[in-house]
Design a protein around this ligand. Structure first.
Ligand code: PEP
Ligand code: MG
Length: 575
């Protein structure tokens, strides 16, 4: 029995077998074969194809059985790549005539085709590069005899242990079979953490070296309340974990009683509670009946886990579904926010030294006008089915606002040319997550209809601390008075223009911070479904007068830990 400590970012308790997720990165080594061995080597190449095909079929079948046809299609397309006539012929020629090993031949031919596709003008063709790389890696892994690891289709319930999970890994996660997530890196506001919370999967991040310490199939008990993992738990410990799990689930069930109540404070003030979503799946929209709108639709997740960029039509259908589900209630659709820790398997992005300070989100959209315009057209088309609010992420200046609005106008003009209707009432807003825009909020408020504060990035950029790095956890200070002062300035600047401000970062779903945000004058709070009940419970016991007192004190106290301690003491009866 060994104990490890980590950062509990999504509450829960689980006991199960470890599934060590280490994506295999094959390295093809240059090699030649004797001419006499060509027939055997061709047979070996064919065995590689056969092995890869079997794996792809098994994944596709499992996804189809789980009713996930969209993901299944990705793997059908990979089978087509595997048997692509042009590549297959070239590989066979390289083995037969140039006497290359099958691994080297596969590597050379796939690299050549990837290079060719990477140069294509059409982004849809360029996206195929990621699929080719995926299939190439699969072939080389099969050749090396390394078993398949994939989180999209797991055979049994497991505790997933990984160095890190990319948002695309979590987005395609086979959630019914994931008991818990444990990683070596990733902070509380990393996207893996956000998704784990929204799926209500217990998660423990920032456990140093855990992938080396645990082995595949070993038993582990995870306590994502206290932040502890026990390897090889004794029968007594397992029983204790089960009992605590029951108690945790009972508490959660108790809290859920607040799910359906109106978000009314003790003095009668209503603070609308909005939902953060990443897709239009029924599961994500299940909390629709308990919320007053969507405060953040992270549309980049629509682009993840797919072999190609979603078309205008595909996006339109997805946005329409969410808008129609919420009827008159606002649906805030954030335009593509890719980059940073969010990569797209269907798009090759250049490697950068500082991705969080790099060509991400709106900047990236400006550099890919077609991708941006396609999304804006799809959103505008969907606007006739509900109450659409379009929001631009990572806005740093008024130039960004003006440029983004020009694109929106262009998208409208394109629709008008095609005679396609859109709602004239679409609201346009920005995320405030870069300090430079927060500090000119008075000016920004004149140019947009609303703002929403992205506290995850605002914290990262204000304190200059990487939201992904668990080693810096003590510096990622959620309750730093600087943040509350900055947020207070944004709220009052927008209030002067009579325009609403909400918060859609993780602070909105954290009861301690939410109480302060309400006191600062936030028009609404937006959060993942898992926080809705807890926040409504908090609101029901809090008066606006008290919230204002908390806000004033949070801005005045000198340190984050003092603010946290103060809020815990003041709010403990309401938690
Ligand atoms: C934020 O930065 O707070 C936010 C809501 O956006 P994301 O977490 O998707 O970066
Ligand atoms: Mg952000």
């Amino acid at each position: 029995m060994t104990e490890y400590k980590g950062n509990p970012v999504s509450e829960g308790i689980a006991v199960g077998k470890v599934y060590l997720y280490q994506p295999y990165v094959p390295e093809a080594v240059e090699g030649e074969i004797p001419e006499a061995e060509v027939p055997q080597v061709i047979a070996r190449y064919e065995a590689m194809l056969e092995g890869a095909k079997k794996e792809l079929e098994a994944i596709r079948r499992r996804l189809e059985e789980a009713g996930d046809g969209d993901k299944a299609k990705i793997f059908t397309a990979h089978q087509d790549i595997l048997f692509d006539v042009a590549m297959d012929e070239e590989i066979r020629d390289k083995i037969s005539y140039d006497l290359l090993t099958p691994e080297w031949a596969v590597h050379r031919v796939y690299e050549k085709f990837m290079k060719m596709l990477g140069k294509a003008k059409d982004p849809l063709i360029r996206e195929r590069v990621a699929d080719l790389r995926d299939v190439k890696n699969r072939l080389l892994r099969v050749a090396a005899g390394v078993p398949e690891k994939n989180l999209a289709a797991l055979a049994e319930p497991v505790v997933v242990v990984a160095h890190d999970l990319l948002p695309s890994d979590t987005a395609t996660l086979d959630r019914k079979n994931v008991l818990a997530i444990v990683t070596e890196v990733g902070g509380a506001t990393s996207h893996s953490a956000i998704i784990a919370r929204s799926y209500e999967i217990p998660a423990l991040l920032g456990v140093p070296g855990v992938t080396e310490k645990l082995s595949h199939g070993q038993e582990a008990a995870v306590d994502a309340l206290e932040g502890v993992l026990i390897a090889d738990p004794s029968p007594e410990q397992k029983a204790e974990f089960s009992a605590r799990r029951e108690a945790f689930l009972a508490r959660r069930a108790q809290e859920k009683k607040f799910l359906a109540v109106e978000p009314r404070m003790a003095d009668g003030t209503v603070v609308p509670v909005h939902l953060n979503v990443g897709s239009a799946s029924d599961q994500e929209l299940a909390a629709e009946k308990y919320t007053d709108g969507v405060g953040l639709f992270r549309t980049e997740f629509v682009y993840m886990g797919r072999e190609q960029l979603p078309t205008e039509e595909e996006q339109y259908e997805i946005y329409k579904k969410v808008l129609a589900a919420f009827g008159d209630r606002p649906v805030t659709l954030r335009t593509l926010d890719i980059g940073g820790d969010k990569k797209l398997p269907c798009m090759e992005l250049p490697v950068e030294e500082n991705p969080f300070l790099g060509n991400r989100a709106l900047r990236l959209c400006f550099s890919m006008p077609e991708v941006f315009l396609t999304q804006l057209r799809a959103a505008l088309r969907a606007s006739v089915h509900g109450n659409l609010w379009i929001m631009f992420p990572m806005v740093g200046s008024l130039d960004d606002i003006r440029r983004a609005k020009e694109y929106l106008e262009k998208a409208k003009a394109q629709l008008e040319e095609r005679g396609i209707p859109y709602s004239p009432d679409v609201k346009v807003g920005i995320m405030v997550e870069i300090p430079s825009i927060a500090l000119v909020a008075d000016l920004a408020a004149k140019e947009v209809d609303f703002a929403s504060i992205g506290t995850n990035d605002l914290t990262q950029y204000s304190i200059a601390v990487d939201r992904m790095n668990p080693a810096l956890g003590e510096y990622y200070q959620n309750y730093h008075p600087a943040l509350f002062r900055l947020i207070g300035y944004v709220v009052s600047s927008f209030a002067k223009e009579g325009k609403p401000v909400s918060v859609c970062g993780e602070m909105g779903g954290d009861p301690l911070a939410a109480a302060v945000l309400v006191g600062l004058g936030m028009s609404k709070l937006s959060m993942g479904a898992a926080s809705v009940a807890r926040i409504k419970k908090l609101l029901s016991g809090l008066t606006m007068e008290k919230a204002k007192e908390l806000a004033a004190r949070a801005c005045a106290l000198p340190t984050s830990s003092q603010v946290e301690e103060y809020l815990k003491t003041e709010l403990s009866p309401l938690l």
